[in-house]
Write a protein that binds this ligand. Structure first.
Ligand code: FES
Length: 102
């Protein structure tokens, strides 16, 4: 009915990538968020003010609770398709330089 977002990258139609150095496989065309949820990974980042864990909520690019880092750049996991060899990391807790926001 629908075509995948990206074409298959290996013979199995699976894409292999890492999440915090753990191997994850997903069907080609799957978003990072969908692939990680299917792999029982439910939180992707920690809030910058309190360190609370956050995971995908809207799955349509509106809430930004699914932010992950790829090569040090934060991206929305629900809007980014997995690709072979991608190295995805959780966004770590960090206070702003001025300290906690009021
Ligand atoms: S889950 Fe809401 S922006 Fe990705």
């Amino acid at each position: 009915m629908f075509d995948p977002i990206t074409p298959s990258t290996n013979a199995n139609g699976q894409v292999d990538f890492t999440f915090d150095d753990k191997n994850v496989s997903a069907a080609s065309g799957t978003t990072i968020a969908a692939a990680l949820l299917a792999a029982d990974q439910i939180w992707f980042r920690e809030t910058p003010t309190s360190g609370q864990q956050r995971g995908p909520f809207c799955m349509m690019g509106a809430c930004y609770d699914c932010l992950v880092q790829i090569d040090g750049v934060s991206v929305q996991a629900c809007m980014t398709p997995v690709t072979e060899g991608l190295q995805v990391n959780r966004v770590p807790f960090s206070l702003p330089k001025e300290g906690k926001r009021s």
